[in-house]
Design a binder for this molecule. Structure first.
Ligand code: PSU
Ligand code: MN
Length: 302
């Protein structure tokens, strides 16, 4: 893709030129992952945490067919409320841009744009993965394919148990993507600190994580790295409790025949209703935690 399609805001452009630490952020979480106004408040709070930890935030999104790197506060507000913001993954980019539409970028699309802009570290809540029942439905998020080929590090809280966590980890292994569990030997399950799945790499010092990242690219190995950070204890929702809620949401999703890219936003919303908002609060807290860790890694990655 061509850099001519990117509008990089001045602060981010300066930071890129000077080699200062930058953290990319996605916009699907704003437009489709959280309700208004919590989505805007969270996006602003995340930006602040990144600044407080010594890095520059660069939220990525598409406004009227232009790819923005570093959305302004006004643009974040727009993305959070505009009625027809498309959920944009790799395959949607040509459509949204050629039609001059608004688009919120998923993990996959955000990685593509971050890479184009020269940003290595990206913070989000959770990545997409292999869906339960994917053996029949073939529903594997394009995020996993992107991690295979695009050189961006994704700092997240693992994957939700709306997905098949074991299959997602197998897929990442096949794809050659290093998975680092932050300060634990267990891959976290988004709302819960534990998933029942161990990972081989456990690191806690952002310096050590930055060393691993540098080594991957020095070796010329393509693709991303996943840094999975468990939600802080005081905000977690126990795995078994979440699992029951998720099972019910999945059944409703099947009954209503919801497919494709509508599945993840539907499940997020249903889980929120069934937990009476607790899942949303947990989601916000884990993103803030990831932002702090991501900013620190970005500082050492320079
Ligand atoms: N997980 C969340 N919140 C989100 C998403 C995932 O907790 O908002 C979004 C991310 O943008 C991710 C996308 O890239 O959903 C994955 O969608 P799909 O499963 O359709 O690939
Ligand atoms: Mn899917």
């Amino acid at each position: 893709m061509n850099k001519d399609f990117l509008d990089i805001n001045l602060e981010v452009l300066e930071a890129i030129k000077k080699g200062e630490p930058i953290v990319a952020l996605e916009s699907t979480i704003i437009a489709h992952g959280m309700p208004y106004p919590k989505n805007v408040q969270t996006a602003m709070a995340v930006n602040q945490v990144i600044r407080d930890n010594g890095a520059i935030p660069a939220t990525i999104g598409i406004i009227k067919g232009r790819i923005k790197v570093g959305l302004t506060d006004e643009e974040i507000e727009y993305m959070a409320q505009a009625p027809n913001v498309l959920k944009v993954s790799r395959r949607d980019l040509p459509f949204v841009i050629s039609r001059g539409r608004d688009g919120a970028t998923t993990v996959a699309a955000t990685m593509i744009v971050a890479d184009m802009a020269g940003i290595r570290i990206f913070v989000t809540g959770g990545i997409g993965g292999v869906h339960r029942g994917a053996g029949a439905s073939f529903d594997v998020s394009a995020d996993l394919e992107e991690l295979k080929m695009t050189d961006v590090v994704v700092v997240c809280a693992g994957v939700k148990s709306i997905l098949d966590i074991g299959a997602t980890l197998e897929y990442l292994e096949t794809s050659g993507v290093p998975v680092i569990s932050y300060g634990t030997d267990e891959f976290p399950a988004f709302y819960s600190r534990k998933s029942g799945f161990k990972t081989e790499i456990s690191l806690e010092d952002p310096k050590d994580i930055a060393e691993l990242i540098k080594m991957k690219y020095k070796l010329g190995l393509k693709g991303g790295v996943v840094v999975a950070c468990p939600i802080p204890k005081e905000h977690e929702i126990p795995f078994d409790e979440m699992n029951a809620v998720i099972k019910q949401s999945l059944e409703e999703c099947n009954e209503k025949n919801i497919t494709g890219k509508r599945i993840t936003p539907f499940l997020l919303d249903r889980v929120k209703q069934l937990t009476e908002g607790r899942s949303l609060e947990a989601n916000i807290q884990l993103v803030l935690n990831n932002a702090e860790i991501g900013a620190k890694i970005a500082k050492y990655s320079k």
